[in-house]
Design a protein around this ligand. Structure first.
Ligand SMILES: *[C@@H]1O[C@H](CO)[C@@H](O)[C@H](O)[C@H]1NC(C)=O
Ligand SMILES: *[C@@H]1O[C@H](CO)[C@@H](O)[C@H](O)[C@H]1NC(C)=O
Ligand SMILES: *[C@@H]1O[C@H](CO)[C@@H](O)[C@H](O)[C@H]1NC(C)=O
Length: 358
């Protein structure tokens, strides 16, 4: 491309330079444009040879127009060698209207970017144009890495795998963890545009969590809940919270935990016998409402099958259910009233040596 342009310009300048010479024959030569000529001096202007002295002729002298020149006079030749260029005479002589070519050495160029120029021998015995100055051609800059644009709203929404350079692909994943709507992969095309539009992250809502029996929800009831929404739970009086006090709507539409349960207290299934609660031996009627909270261990006193001693059998209250152990026998009202010291819960505890299996 560049070389074709070079050649076109070269031909054009050749035409311009030589044309003046041949045009003069047909009587057309550029008018002398005072002030426009690029050289300091022009020979005397003329219209015909008779306007000049006998040694001169009226010839076209480039931008000086028709001028009285001595056609035999020569321009300086050879020229001092130049470091960065090579000069070559294109005409048989170096007299008036001779042409020579200055070609920059490889890697050098003229200020106008071309690497060749042509100069003409003028009537003032000078070569036309400026002294050519071939300087080291700017080495073409390494092409900048071409990328496709990734606007801030995209990088704020997605974690991007891959660098957005031309000819490569990237992968998106929603920073929120939400699902992607659209293509999760994109290709950076040669013209620095993306093959597909950027995807979007689905806005995810959490469905209302299941209701908690015997509990209160400390939150506005909604059809769906946005990410980050907290629901706090409280249990009704005498119910124990079993599970998280709070659940949060996660960005993937799940709750941070399953809702808690509100667990009921248990009635101690003994009346006329002491039980061990929390390391303390107590009459059930001395315990508030004769009830223990969910999760509480209650140890019942059972009688040794063969000996006059007692051992404990623990049971755990679970959400209102507390079964007495199989070995426990509720004393009768008479036993309780008449022989309180003989109640199983009041007699001596069996020793480890009192084998229960016997
Ligand atoms: C040639 O061009 C260079 C760089 O533009 C400049 O420094 C130098 O003076 C010029 N030489 C001549 C002889 O004009
Ligand atoms: C970029 O190139 C692609 C594929 O070659 C083409 O479909 C798209 O129209 C081009 N976009 C622009 C802005 O030139
Ligand atoms: C949602 O995310 C949480 C925590 O990152 C994870 O434990 C849970 O399994 C996810 N739920 C779904 C439906 O992907």
């Amino acid at each position: 491309m560049a070389s074709r342009m070079d050649r076109a310009l070269l031909l054009l300048s050749l035409w311009a330079l030589t044309g003046t010479v041949s045009l003069q024959a047909s009587g057309s030569c550029p008018e002398r444009l005072v002030g426009e000529e690029r050289r300091r001096t022009c020979p005397r202007p003329c219209k015909a040879d008779k306007d000049c002295g006998n040694k001169r002729q009226c010839l076209c002298d480039g931008q000086c127009g028709l001028s009285c020149v001595a056609p035999g006079r020569t321009c300086p030749w050879p020229l001092p060698p130049s470091e960065n260029s090579v000069a070559r005479l294109l005409s048989p002589t170096h007299s008036f209207s001779a042409l020579f070519e200055v070609r920059c050495k490889p890697g050098f160029a003229l200020p106008n970017g071309l690497d060749v120029t042509i100069r003409r021998c003028q009537g003032d015995r000078q070569w036309s144009g400026d002294e050519p100055n071939c300087t080291e051609a700017e080495s073409p800059k390494p092409p900048a890495v071409q990328t496709c644009p990734l606007p801030e709203e995209v990088t704020n929404t997605f974690s991007i795998q891959g660098d957005a350079t031309v000819g490569t692909s990237i992968r998106y994943s929603c920073l929120s963890g939400a699902d992607i709507v659209g293509s999760s992969e994109n290709f950076c095309q040669d013209n620095q545009t993306w093959q597909y539009p950027h995807p979007i992250c689905k806005t995810v809502y959490c469905q209302p969590p299941r209701e908690v029996e015997h509990g209160y929800v400390v939150a506005v009831q909604k059809i769906e809940y946005e990410t980050g929404f907290d629901i706090h739970y409280l249990c009704k009086k005498n119910f124990l919270l079993d599970g998280p006090q709070k659940v949060t709507c996660l960005s993937n539409g799940s709750w941070s935990a399953t809702p808690p349960y509100c667990r009921a207290r248990c009635l101690i299934p003994a009346e006329r016998s002491r039980v061990m609660i929390n390391g303390v031996k107590r009459w059930p009627f001395d315990v508030t409402d004769a009830m223990v909270p969910h999760g509480e261990n209650v140890a019942f006193y059972c009688k040794h099958p063969h000996k006059q001693c007692s051992f404990t059998a623990p049971q755990t209250c679970f959400d209102g259910k507390l079964q007495p152990p199989a070995c426990y026998l509720e004393p009768t009202w008479l036993q309780y009233k008449l022989f309180p010291h003989r109640l199983v819960s009041e007699i001596e505890a069996c020793k480890p040596s009192d084998d229960l299996e016997v």
